[in-house]
Design a protein around this ligand. Sequence first.
Ligand SMILES: NC(=O)c1ccc[n+]([C@@H]2O[C@H](COP(=O)([O-])OP(=O)(O)OC[C@H]3O[C@@H](n4cnc5c(N)ncnc54)[C@H](O)[C@@H]3O)[C@@H](O)[C@H]2O)c1
Length: 320
Amino acid sequence: MSAGNKIWKKGAVLVTGAAGFIGSHLCRRLLAEGATVRGVDCFLPNYSRKIKEANLIDLITNKAFSFFEEDLYCAPIPKLLKDVGYVLHTAALPGVHKSWGQNFGDYIRNNIAATQLLLDACKGTDLVSLVYISSSSVYGDSKKSPLNERMPTQPVSPYGVTKLAGEHLALLYHQSYQIPVKVTRLFTVYGPGQRPDMAFYRFINTITEGKAVDFFGPPTPARDFTYIDDIVNGILACARFGKPGRIFNLGSGTSQPLDKVITILADIMEEELTINQVGHQMGDMLSTHADISRAKKELDYQPRVKIEEGLRQQTQWQLG
Ligand SMILES: NC(=O)c1ccc[n+]([C@@H]2O[C@H](COP(=O)([O-])OP(=O)(O)OC[C@H]3O[C@@H](n4cnc5c(N)ncnc54)[C@H](O)[C@@H]3O)[C@@H](O)[C@H]2O)c1
C-alpha cells in the first residue's frame, strides 16, 4: 500500500465540479496521494467547455480516476456516492457580477438546489467527511478587518447570498442528520488553471495584447489572494482534520491593493502598463483580508506561496 492509500483509506473521494479550476487541482493532488477519485461535472457554460476538458486531460488517463458527466441537480447521486468516504463539494456557478438580474435563477439552481440534493443523498451514508466550498463573498463589506469566522455575514452580491445559503444548508444537514460537514471559505484563488473570467487571467491577456487594463475604483480594491496549491492543502487538511460543523477561512492572511498587484504583474511580464480607470462594480467587496488563525491552529494550514511567485507561475502557464 502506498503512503497515499494510508491517507485516503476510508473510501473513494467524490469531487464535484471536477472539471473546474479548483476541482481539477484537488483531483490531481488526491491522485498523487494515492486516493481513488470520482469526479463529477456537468460542464456549465460559465466558460468554455474546451478549457474544462483540458483541465481533465491528465486526470482521465489515471486508472484511479473516474469521471461522470452529470448535473447534480438531476444526477443519480446515491450511485455516485457508492463506496465514497469523502465528498469535496466545489461544484457551483461562480462570479459575482453576473449574479444580478435574470441569471439569478441559475445561481439558485446550481449553488443552492443542487447542494441540497447532494446533502440529502448523503443522509444515512458512512461518509467520513463532506467539505462544502464556500466563499469570502458571504462576509460582504464588513467594517472590521481581517475577517474571522465569527463575524456577521451580509453578502453584497446575489452570488454571495447563494453561497451563504449553501453553507446554512450544509450545517443544517450536519445538525439534523449528523452528516460530517465542514465549511471552507476561500479568498480569491489564483494560479495555473484560473477561470478566464477572473481578474488575473484577464489582466495577463490584456497586458499581452498591449491594451489598457480596466481598473475598478476608487476606492482601490484590496484582496486576499491565495495560491491554488495553498488552497488545495487547506481543503484536504479540512477534509481530514476539520471538526464537523466548523467553518474555516482559507486565505493567504494578507491583503494586497489591486494597483500594486497589477504593477507586479506587468514587471513579471516585462510589459508597459496602461490603466483604464472604471467605476466601482456593484457586487464587488471593497476589501478582503482573511484571519486564518483558526485554520492554522486546527488544520495546521500554512499558506506558503508569495504573490510574486504565484503570479509568475500563472503567467508562465497562461502564456506558455
Ligand atoms: N476561484 C475562486 O477564487 C473562488 C473563491 C471563493 C470560492 N470559490 C468557490 O470554489 C468553487 C470552485 O470555483 P472555481 O473557481 O473552480 O469555479 P469553476 O467554474 O472553474 O468550477 C466549478 C465547476 O462546477 C461545475 N458545476 C456547477 N454546477 C454544477 C452542477 N449542478 N452539477 C455538476 N457540476 C456543476 C461547473 O461546470 C464547473 O466546472 C465554487 O464553489 C466557488 O464558489 C472559488
